[in-house]
Ligand binder design. Structure first.
Ligand code: FES
Length: 160
C-alpha cells in the first residue's frame, strides 16, 4: 500500500492549539488526531511529541497501547468479522474468505482506495445472531457470504 510520508500538519496544529502543552493532554490529542486523519500518521506523532515536549517513545507507547488507535491508514468503513466461538462455528471463516474475494484484502488489511479496512474481532456479545458481520456501525446477524456485496453496499438483510 502506498503511504504518504508527510501529511498536511494544519489539522494537527489546529488540534494542538486547543490543548495545554502538557503530557496530561496526550491521549485526548491523539484521539482528536485519529478522528481528523482516520489514523495516527508518524509525522503527526513527531509534531505532537515536539509540541508537548514529551519523548517520542512515550507518544508511541501510548499510541500502540490503545487498540482504538491505528498506526496505518484506515479505510473509511471498518468491516469486522466476529471470530468468537459461536461465530466461528457458524461460518465466520467463510465470511472472511468472501471479504477477501470481494475486497482483495485479508484481515488487518485496507483496500488501496481506502474505502474499507477488514478486521476480525472477538465475541461482540451477539452470539444468538452468529455469525456476526459489522460494517461501519451496522451489525448483520446470521450473515451470509452470498450477500457480502450487499452488506458492503449498506443493504442485504432483506431475506433475513
Ligand atoms: S462469538 Fe460472535 S457474537 Fe459471540
Amino acid at each position: 500500500m502506498a503511504q504518504n510520508s508527510s501529511h498536511d500538519l494544519v489539522k494537527a496544529e489546529e488540534i494542538l492549539s486547543g490543548y495545554p502543552h502538557e503530557e496530561a493532554a496526550l491521549i485526548q490529542i491523539l484521539q482528536d488526531v485519529h478522528r481528523a486523519y482516520n489514523y495516527l500518521p508518524c509525522d503527526v506523532l513527531v509534531r505532537v511529541a515536539e509540541s508537548l515536549e514529551v519523548p517520542l517513545a512515550k507518544v508511541f507507547s501510548v499510541a500502540t497501547f490503545y487498540k482504538a488507535f491505528a498506526l496505518e491508514p484506515q479505510g473509511d468503513t471498518i468491516v469486522k468479522v466476529c471470530t468468537g466461538t459461536a461465530c466461528h462455528i457458524r461460518g465466520a471463516g467463510q465470511l472472511v474468505e468472501e471479504l477477501e474475494r470481494n475486497l482483495g484484502v485479508a484481515p488487518g488489511g485496507t483496500t488501496d482506495d481506502l474505502r474499507f479496512t477488514v478486521k476480525t474481532v472477538n465475541c461482540v456479545g451477539a452470539c444468538a445472531m452468529a455469525p456476526v458481520l459489522i460494517v461501519g456501525d451496522r451489525y448483520w446477524g446470521s450473515a451470509k457470504p452470498a450477500r457480502m456485496a450487499k452488506y458492503l453496499a449498506g443493504g442485504g438483510d432483506d431475506e433475513n
